[in-house]
Ligand binder design. Structure first.
Ligand SMILES: [Zn+2]
Length: 307
């Protein structure tokens, strides 16, 4: 794909209402003329407010340094890898520095997160599943038996362990969040599942509090995986995707960016039956819809804020 083709493709995604004709992000003006940068790259000037803008101004790809076709290629590669793409693999594929690939992939995760923002699942006659999975904070066992400590005790843990909690509508969409404990997730869960939903959860005491708001079905995994219609298989499918991503590609998904990996896995689960071409379009649209990166606005590594 040439630079011109990539430019046209991005214009059509960003300004789909005008079939790719530029719309001023400053004043909404529809009348703009070409005012190329000295290096020849496409830039517009608005006739109404005389300000300059490009197709990526005010989007997730604002002040990008790579040619636009690299971003389209990255989105295509990212969507093609069902289990997720590692920054190292992407840097090899596109000839990018590792850090650039890392930042780019996290921007695409931010784009996916845009779709999950404020999402509430379930409703009357709908069924939802809730589950939690712990990530990070691995404490290496001591070599000699006499030095070993009980790693299950809170005092002997690294303090870095976090839990991803997923709420997932059966045959519907999902939304994840990250907490220190399952118990800390209760009010978030209540805000993300619509009243009237029947909620399925396992036997863990952390979920007992949900009985106050929802009709609950509990499954004891020590006895059966599905009994009396109660099961959390879809929530578990989500976690198996997230674990595969952890093992296969990223190795260390815990820490600052755990929420982003959790959101990526959620988006991929929800869109698993959507064609590849449609996924690429959607991610590109989300990236153009989302403002400049909150995780990486301008430079290297800031803190991730929840969606
Ligand atoms: Zn304007």
């Amino acid at each position: 794909m040439s630079d011109v083709e990539a430019q046209t493709a991005f214009c059509k995604i960003r300004w789909f209402e005008t079939d790719g004709a530029p719309v001023c992000p400053h004043c909404g003006g529809l009348d703009a003329y070409l005012n190329p940068r000295p290096n020849g790259s496409t830039r517009y000037r608005c006739k109404a407010c005389t300000k300059d803008f490009t197709v990526t101004s005010g989007t997730l790809f604002a002040s990008h340094k790579r040619p636009l076709r690299d971003y389209l290629a990255a989105i295509a590669i990212f969507c093609n890898e069902v289990k997720g793409k590692s920054a190292l693999a992407l840097s090899r594929d596109l000839g990018l520095a590792y850090k650039s690939a890392f930042v780019l992939l996290h921007k695409l995760r931010e784009a996916m997160a845009e779709e999950l923002k404020g999402r509430v699942i379930g409703g009357e006659d709908k069924v939802a599943e809730v589950d939690g999975g712990y990530f990070g904070g691995y404490v290496k066992p001591a070599n000699h038996v006499e030095n070993r400590r009980d790693r299950r005790l809170w005092a002997n843990q690294s303090g870095k362990r976090q839990v991803v909690v997923i709420v997932r509508e059966r045959d519907g969409n999902s939304v994840p969040a990250v907490f220190r404990t399952e118990g800390a997730a209760q009010s978030w869960i209540k805000s993300r599942i619509a009243p009237g939903t029947v909620v399925n959860a396992d036997e863990a005491g952390s979920w007992n509090d949900l009985h106050s708001k929802f009709e609950m079905k509990r499954i004891n995994h020590q006895e059966a995986y599905s009994a009396d219609g109660a099961c959390t298989n879809m929530a578990e499918e989500y976690f198996s995707r997230l674990r595969r991503a952890e093992i296969g590609h990223h190795h260390h998904i815990a820490g600052t960016y755990l929420l982003r990996y959790a959101q990526e896995a959620s988006w991929r689960e929800d869109n698993r039956r959507v064609t590849n071409g449609e996924q690429v379009r959607t991610v590109a649209q989300l990236a153009m819809k989302r403002g400049p990166s909150v995780d990486f606005s301008g430079y290297w590594q800031r803190h991730v804020k929840s969606a």
